[in-house]
Design a protein around this ligand. Sequence first.
Ligand code: 5AD
Length: 437
Amino acid sequence: MDRLIKQYIIICETTSQMLNTDGLLKSKGIRTELMPTPGEYGSICTTAIAFAAEDKRNATKILKDEGIAESLEIFPYQSRKLAGLMNRLKDQIISSGFQQVMEKIENGEELTKEEIVLLLKCESKSEKAALFQAADQMRKEIIGDTVEIRGAIEFSNYCKKKCNYCGIRNGCATPKRYRMTVKEVMERVYELHELGIKTVILQSGEDEYYTPEILIDMIRRIKKETKMGITLSIGERSYETYRALREAGANNFLLKIETTNPQIFNVIHPDDDFDTRMECSRWLKELGYANGSGNMIGLPGQTEEDIAEDILFFKKMRIHMIGIGPFIPAKGTPFENYETGSVDLTLKAVAVTRLVCKNVYLPATTALASIDPDGQTKALKSGANTIMLISTPDKYRINYQIYSNKNMVDLSSALKSVAESGRQLPEYLKIHSKEVV
Ligand code: 5AD
């Protein structure tokens, strides 16, 4: 066996087959991990099972004995290298420390926390350019030039929580509260479907008015009538609820950790518990959701070391979709006079996340577009590959100001960023860039 191969991955045809196979291997003592399927083997929306090379013989035998080996594919898995990187960077003036980290990336080696911090702290124009260039190359090799476009419907701005940064926190007087009916949600879903969009994100505050029954009704209708992929972003719920929603057809779940520094987490979330948030993320993964997470950049007291820990957490948890956005003060919140997070540091965090987590969806976030008119284009050139269109009806979206002056990322602004960054629209989108620009 090739001594360089440390892991194997199993690719399954369906999610239930993946979960059953994982359960079977675990019950027989094989230590497995679920990871986004590496780009070269399939879509990153799907999940692969990874196990250590030393377990290869045992695992194969178990699958054969169970009669399921035939229907699965097993591949050796090696961390992705970035061939020719140093050659491309040869004209850039970079320090020797920075260069060593780039060499590790070229060779497909894992970065330590200190090395991640070094990248996040790089300040010179040429080092930043080199970092963005490396992340852009990694994105291109793994995902290609197509920008994934998704539609988000913010269906309720009621929230029971009082997160100190958030403009729709419980008690904040600014937004006029609204709740969309299932029928209103469906009208937007049809529009997205007609546009050819494949995945809809249903987002809201933590609003228990939407019982599991109502949410299940919404999910079933979307599935039955459009077959679209569904991402939920509705905050913390019980294991049972997460399970029921998954069984009803929800595919992905976006629950951001916001920061992995427990002290900062507690300061910004007066009525949340760090361990509960972590537990929810683990449940979601266990239930077979493609897991989304993310953080804010520029939180009070946050350092580059904290951001490095966030990135290592995304990697360890094998998060599929990572939303990284600057903190933006929201009127009427305890943090309204705090400083806005830096565009530069946010872009560096996006780039480093691409280099460390590699095969993941990285959105060019609305928050970035809100503080820099070119924010999305810059993010697309620094490792990002996804844009979320805000598809909330006009009469409601003005009240979904989780932060002040939230940019309304719509189809035309998304198409502009795609064109400006020299990228391609997905074939499924029933529109051409010529029509808009
Ligand atoms: N600034 C930036 N991002 C924010 N979010 C919420 N409030 C703010 C803010 N003031 C982000 C959080 C949340 C997502 C829906 O929006 O990351 O998870």
